[in-house]
Design a protein around this ligand. Structure first.
Ligand SMILES: [Zn+2]
Length: 407
């Protein structure tokens, strides 16, 4: 409900629609990093959506495009009831910076120092799952350090530093290049050594193919291939490490509800995105867990801002997170009525094409709204960001697929 107090504050907002390109930072073999990583961003984990029982494809507040019904997403926790779990995504740790998502060992160490000095305790994806499913206690101030893609430099440069600071990480690996002994990737023995060192070995699928269906091929053939990508990774990890993975990291960050459904059927219990933001340790959004992708544009200050960032309490997001949208001119609508007073500089952004951001009042609620215009078909990350009166950053982010598949 839009209090007039809120409306007054709203007037102060700079609701700009930034065409921030978010090329799915992480996970890309090519390593482009979203502008999101550039300065201070951070984002948050407040992917709202319909609740488990509220999962029908209701029309958007603005009568926007029809969406595929979300199947398994939960209502986010009440604002204030959040158990913050910042998760950081690393790719290449190497003295030579080969791309934006490569950082030096010295930078990695400086970030570990920040975490240690601020009293954070590293936990793994498996610990998160046990906390979420069995209520197993987590240490104070939990943080997750994750590595994607299984590069050998993660073993060479990051593992010794993790040990030095008494921290553990979650390694999302693609077993195919490891089993094939590809140059530059972890070896089987390195994977084992990481696991024996207390680290968590989880799945990034067998060989890093996109886990969302496109317009080529039939649904059946996609599902067969994708399921085998998921299960082959499971089998290899179980065989080598002795434990079935619980977590899937989506290649390139691409997923939709079909991907989530298949991940669940393959036995996964958590899904990690490259959508920026602080996750919730209760993992209410178990298959849309947020992570901050670390790049070499990161500064000590921006790292701390991400670590300490808050969640924008957005609700009633349409099109729903994880949905496929018919057409490419979708209107994105977010209920921001619950946003606390004093948050300014709120921006709604996505890839090129999301335009005309404006605020509307409808049925007693306040919505931020913008429309994709001739956007590219495919997975799109959408972020909202704001700044608190004390300079603290607040974020919400989610993903949708533009351009539904033919029936
Ligand atoms: Zn990846």
């Amino acid at each position: 409900m839009p209090s007039s107090r809120f409306a007054r504050h709203l007037a102060a907002f700079t609701l700009a629609l930034a065409l921030v390109c978010v090329p799915l930072s992480g996970c890309g073999r090519k390593g482009a990093v979203g502008a999101a990583n550039a300065q201070d961003s951070a984002a948050s984990a407040s992917t709202s959506s319909g609740s488990a029982t509220n999962s029908s494809a209701k029309p958007t507040a603005s009568g926007g495009p029809a969406v595929v019904a979300p199947a398994s997403m939960l209502e986010p926790p009440a604002y204030g009831g959040f158990e913050p779990l910042p998760c950081f995504t690393y790719h290449t740790i190497d003295p030579k910076l080969k791309n934006e998502i490569a950082i030096t060992p010295a930078t990695f160490e400086s970030e570990l120092k920040i975490l240690a000095n601020l009293g954070y305790h590293s936990i793994t994806a498996r610990q998160l799952y046990e906390h979420q499913s069995k209520g197993t206690a987590l240490p104070d101030k939990p943080v997750m350090i994750t590595f994607d893609d299984g590069w050998r430099n993660q073993y060479t440069y990051a593992f010794p530093l993790l040990k030095k600071y008494g921290m553990v990480a979650t390694f999302f690996i693609n077993p195919q290049p490891i089993a094939g002994k590809y140059r530059g990737y972890l070896t089987r023995d390195m994977v084992l050594a990481l696991a024996h060192g207390g680290n968590d070995i989880e799945s990034h699928t067998w060989r890093h193919l996109k886990a969302t269906r496109d317009r080529t091929g039939s649904a059946d053939s996609f599902q067969r291939k994708n399921m085998s990508q998921l299960t082959l990774a499971n089998e290899w990890i179980r065989k080598v490490v002795g434990q079935e993975p619980v977590a899937l990291c989506y290649p390139f960050g691409y997923y939709d509800l079909e991907t989530i459904g298949m991940a669940q059927r393959a036995g996964y219990r958590l899904g990690f995105t490259v959508e920026e933001g602080v996750a919730d340790a209760r993992a209410w959004d178990a298959f849309q867990i947020k992570r901050f992708t670390i790049s070499n544009l990161e500064t000590t200050a921006s790292f701390k801002r991400r670590l300490l960032s808050g969640v924008l309490p957005v609700r009633d997001i349409h099109p729903a997170p994880g949905s496929r949208v018919v057409g490419i001119d979708a209107t994105v609508t977010v209920d921001i009525s619950a946003m606390p007073a004093g948050i300014t500089d709120v921006k709604l952004s996505s890839g090129p094409g999301l335009r005309n951001m404006h605020i509307v009042q409808r049925r007693g609620h306040t919505y931020a709204e913008a429309t994709f215009h001739k956007a590219k078909v495919g997975f799109r990350e959408i972020s909202m960001r704001g700044t608190g009166a004390d300079g603290r950053k607040y974020y919400a982010s989610w993903g949708i697929v533009l351009g539904d598949l033919p029936h």
